[in-house]
Design a protein around this ligand. Structure first.
Ligand code: ADP
Ligand code: MG
Length: 238
């Protein structure tokens, strides 16, 4: 396991700055939520941590490794996206094993990891099904299974629940938290939903227009927002 650190991280697309000097310290095993309105730079920050986007300046560390410039596959992270497209022609088991196959993991090890992830996620009886035979919640679990089998140092989630209906979203929040309690893996989770942030996070990072407005525990943000933006966004009276 490992913590994550952003040190004065900046990002511009062309001449347009979208991340304007971000510092975030995430402890080993912490469940941290980046929250803020659409377009504030949450996904860009997460994609830079994943290595899917270059950083313009600053430093990102995972554990004691500076990962700037490191290929995504070398970072020991696993990401669950909003549009967690599963491979339609592969079974649940094959979907989960795929990234391990790419890494040429031994078959016995691969089977063992898929089996364990399936147990954790309640997918054991569905391993031979295909994505079209699954409900939305089951598909979401398979997407998480793909991340779990890799046993990464850090899980990244980018709005993983936004395609689910309201009831399922609430249920999946609890499942993701249980998963975190069970595995203890450092997690960086992005959402624009302040309820999701307030109910799930150990620590919330409130972003606005490419900067961090405040970092704190849910109740601390609620009780003592640093400014009007945080107060308005988290929903406490200003
Ligand atoms: P969020 O995830 O918080 O909604 P994003 O990180 O997706 O925000 O985007 C932050 C800003 O960067 C937005 O203004 C967006 O339009 C811009 N942006 C994101 N990706 C690109 C890109 N590949 N090229 C140009 N601009 C981008
Ligand atoms: Mg986004």
């Amino acid at each position: 396991m490992a913590g994550v650190e952003f040190v004065d991280v900046r990002k511009s697309f062309g001449a347009f700055p979208v991340i304007k000097g971000v510092n975030i310290d995430i402890a080993d095993g912490e469940f941290v939520i980046l929250v803020g309105p659409s377009g504030c730079g949450k996904s860009t920050l997460l994609r830079m941590l994943a290595g899917l986007e270059n950083i313009s300046a600053g430093e990102i560390r995972i554990g004691n490794r500076v990962v700037n410039g490191m290929a995504p596959g070398d970072r020991d992270i696993a990401m669950v996206f909003q549009n967690y497209a599963l491979y339609p022609h592969m079974s649940v088991a094959q979907n989960m094993a795929f990234s391990l196959m790419l890494k040429r993991a031994p078959k016995a090890d691969m089977d063992q990891r898929v089996k364990k992830a399936a147990e954790i996620l309640g997918l054991t009886k569905l391993l031979d099904r295909y994505p079209r035979q699954l409900s939305g919640g089951q598909r979401q679990r398979v997407a998480m299974g793909r991340a779990i089998v890799r046993d990464p140092q850090v899980f990244l989630f980018d709005e993983p629940l936004s395609n689910l209906d309201a009831k399922l979203r609430v249920a999946m929040r609890a499942e993701i938290k249980e998963l975190h309690q069970r595995l203890g893996t450092t997690t960086v989770y992005v959402t624009h939903d302040q309820i999701e942030a307030m109910t799930m996070a150990d620590k919330i990072v409130v972003m606005h227009d490419g900067v961090v407005e405040q970092v704190g525990k849910p109740l601390d943000l609620y009780d003592t927002p640093a400014n009007l933006f945080v107060a308005g966004f988290i929903g406490s009276p200003a």
